[in-house]
Design a protein around this ligand. Structure first.
Ligand code: AMP
Ligand code: GLY
Length: 420
């Protein structure tokens, strides 16, 4: 089979890598890819926003199916567009993608199907939002409705902070805002919970925990993700059952009642409060860097899983995993998440990887056979092991060997699951 992967981050390199391991896959095209995907796939320099050019290329090369990595093209309707031309696609359509594209859409489904989530209100203008905030207890959470690359969420400790958030959102910081959400602050432990769905049935696809803050001890600014580990320490059969029965299944039912089948990965960002799950947000794709952390543990041929999903035969398959732990640490450019230098040389030839080590490229590019940085998050270094401590130790050793002069990384990824 020939397959296309859309995107250019660490998640997409991990998707390409897992597909490459299948003897059913003859050729992979990555749009536009990075230096890592370049070594296992053919990178095609087409702008991901240009659906028409993508479609022409996919048809011309007779690609059997396409996997969409990031949320933006999904929310913009790439699946609906490609399917019009009879192209097979793994990913949710435009309506289903509103689960990530509009927090208010998701909250309305939660309300209708009694899905546990933080209590919330929707506000249409600054005046009503501010007068509500005058009467609130703090901290409180204020969210822009649409996609904001993980930045549209404010946790406000007092009225002054909250009023800044409201003014920024209605001032257009995350695009034109017709409304915003104010929600109750939940205290608990977060967990990322994944399923894969073919529209008719679904299966669990693992759990993980990411670290979003830039500094050790989970301090400092929010980033796209400094690392992750899998599984979450909270995972139990009882909790899994609560999550699927109280959150996932009512959501899929709600979509079905909107005449919409959910196809693709669904990622529930949860807060677990006293062993009870609350939905914080949905993402309509794999997490990044959770994907890089999870896929190395997958035993079943990934291409078969995707193919079964596309053919709506997922129920025929038993998805198997290695019973291991894994940790991913992200090597970032100095300065990230603020300004940083690009085009800095990376030397990776000296690295000696064993079968439990994985390097997934994120912000890299290749020029005259040399690898250069091309973003804030540059490499994802992953180790699979029997225990979290050795997974982290080995990952840190690899990062030390990479010894990249322009880089930094957190040494405490997984601190909740590793006793020092
Ligand atoms: P989101 O983009 O919705 O995942 O929010 C980003 C982060 O804000 C989450 O990972 C949580 O750490 C935090 N957060 C969002 N909503 C809440 C909430 N209702 N209570 C506590 N923390 C929250
Ligand atoms: N790891 C968070 C995300 O992918 O949105």
């Amino acid at each position: 089979m020939k397959v296309g992967v859309i995107g250019s981050g660490g998640r997409e390199h991990a998707l390409c890598f897992s597909l490459k391991n299948s003897n059913k896959i003859k050729e992979i095209f990555c749009f536009p890819g990075n230096a890592g995907t370049n070594s296992i796939a053919t990178n095609i320099d087409i702008d991901v926003k240009d659906f028409e050019k993508l479609k022409d290329f996919i048809i011309q090369k007779d690609i059997d199916f396409v996997v969409i990595g990031p949320e933006k093209p999904l929310v913009d309707g790439i699946v609906d567009y490609l399917e019009k031309f009879k192209i097979k696609v793994f990913g949710p359509n435009k309506i289903a993608s509103k689960l990530e594209g509009s927090k208010i859409f998701t909250k309305k489904i939660c309300e209708k199907y009694k899905i546990p989530t933080a209590k919330f209100g929707i506000f249409l203008n600054t005046k009503t939002a501010l007068s509500f905030l005058k009467k609130c207890n703090f901290p409180i959470v204020i969210k822009a409705d649409g996609l904001a690359a993980g930045k549209g969420v404010y946790i406000s400790e007092n009225y002054t902070e909250a009023s800044i958030a409201v003014n920024e959102i209605f001032g257009g910081k995350f695009g034109k805002a017709e409304n915003l959400l104010i929600e109750e602050f939940l205290t608990g432990e977060e967990m990322s919970f994944f399923i894969i769905s073919d529209g008719k049935s679904y299966k669990m696809f693992g759990t993980a925990q990411d670290h979003k803050r830039v500094l050790e001890g989970d301090k400092g600014k929010n980033t796209g993700g400094m690392g992750a580990y899998s599984p979450s320490r909270l995972e139990t059969n009882i909790l899994n059952l609560k999550i699927t029965k109280k959150i996932i299944e009512p959501t899929l039912k709600g979509l079905r009642e909107l005449d919409c089948e959910y196809k693709g990965f669904l990622y529930a960002g949860l807060m677990i409060v006293n062993e009870e799950p609350f939905l914080i947000e949905y993402n309509v794709r794999m997490g990044d860097p959770e994907c890089q952390t999870l896929l190395p543990k997958l035993k079943t041929d990934f291409s078969i899983i995707l193919r079964k999903c596309i053919d709506q035969k997922l129920h025929e398959l038993n998805i198997e995993w290695y019973d291991d732990k894994s940790i991913c640490i992200v090597l970032c450019s100095k300065g990230y998440p603020d300004s940083y230098k690009n085009n800095v040389l990376l030397k990776l030839e000296q690295l000696k990887l064993n079968k439990n080590h994985f390097i997934f490229h994120a912000g890299t590019k290749i020029l005259e056979n040399k690898i250069f940085s091309n973003g804030g998050r540059v490499l994802n270094v992953v180790t699979r092991s029997n225990d979290f401590k050795s997974a982290r130790d080995e990952t840190l050793k690899l990062l030390d060997e990479i010894n990249w002069e322009n880089g930094f990384y957190r040494k405490d990824i997984g601190h909740k699951v590793i006793q020092e």
